[in-house]
Ligand binder design. Structure first.
Ligand code: CTP
Ligand code: MG
Length: 240
């Protein structure tokens, strides 16, 4: 059931938000204000209204527990947990996993830097995890891909079958815990959880993502996000 009907409140969400935002520069992007709310509060808010979500674990940098708690105080949700992350996204997700409720039957991992995840897409991922154990949003690359040499273009790269990964990525909790345990033991380094689970030989189900669910990485992305937020406010009126 795409809308979660027939399932109890059994979804936990880990939001890695312990990065430094070095490509953005300045204050870590997740703590900056986009329109009326911080980026982090927006990303958290993508999940807290879903009745199947029991817990949202926000993983913050060392020294940011109390300011994050203050920022998220007005979120009307009883399953919010804050914890401290690590030096890499992978380590932050692993730290988040340590506090995921043992009652969770699905765990989602979603970048704090993606404030525009839709309810429909989140629910598609949850449904696919129930059926296939692991799933992720991704979108096919549409542009021509080409390497660059200095300031000139070099060889063209085939985009055939190439997808851009998004989040949320979703898993059966035991699968993700085991994948992170083994990765830590073997010293595997990666930028997403699908990779770790696949290294364990598990298939991961592809769910078509949406371009609006982009990751804010650079100042250009921030500008785009501001345009989206302003447009949404304008169309809802001043109180929207
Ligand atoms: N993240 C994390 N812990 C880290 C590094 C990253 O929880 N040690 C989180 C970020 O806060 C972000 C998500 O992982 O929500 C995706 O990472 P990215 O967009 O790369 O953010 P940053 O690592 O903060 O940015 P940059 O790589 O430009 O420094
Ligand atoms: Mg990073």
């Amino acid at each position: 059931m795409a809308n979660g009907v027939g399932h109890s409140r059994d979804v936990a969400v880990i939001i890695p938000a312990a990065g430094m935002g070095s490509r953005m520069g300045g204050v870590p992007k997740q703590f900056r204000t986009l329109g009326k709310h911080t980026l982090l509060r927006r990303s958290v808010g993508c999940f807290t209204g879903l009745k199947e979500v029991m817990q949202v674990v926000v993983v913050v940098p060392e020294g940011h527990l109390s300011d994050t708690e203050a920022d998220l105080k007005s979120v009307d949700f009883d399953g919010l947990v804050l914890t401290v992350g690590g030096a890499t996204r992978q380590e932050s997700v692993r730290k988040g996993l340590e506090v995921v409720s043992s009652a969770a039957r699905v765990v989602l991992v979603h970048d704090a830097a993606r404030p525009f995840a839709s309810t429909d897409k989140i629910r598609e991922v949850v449904a696919a995890v129930r059926d296939y154990e692991a799933a992720s949003l991704a979108i096919p690359v549409a542009d021509t891909l080409r390497k660059v040499s200095g300031t000139n273009f070099a060889e063209t790269v085939s985009r055939e079958g190439i997808y851009r990964m998004q989040t949320p990525q979703g898993f059966r909790p035991a699968l993700l815990v085991e994948a992170h345990r083994e990765a830590a033991e073997a010293g595997w380094k990666t930028t997403d959880d699908v990779d770790l689970v696949m290294r364990q030989g598990h298939a991961v189900c592809l769910i078509n993502g949406h371009p609006a669910n982009f990751k804010i990485t650079t100042p250009d992305d921030w500008e785009l996000a501001e345009m989206i937020v302003q447009d949404a406010t304008a169309s809802r009126g001043p109180d929207g």
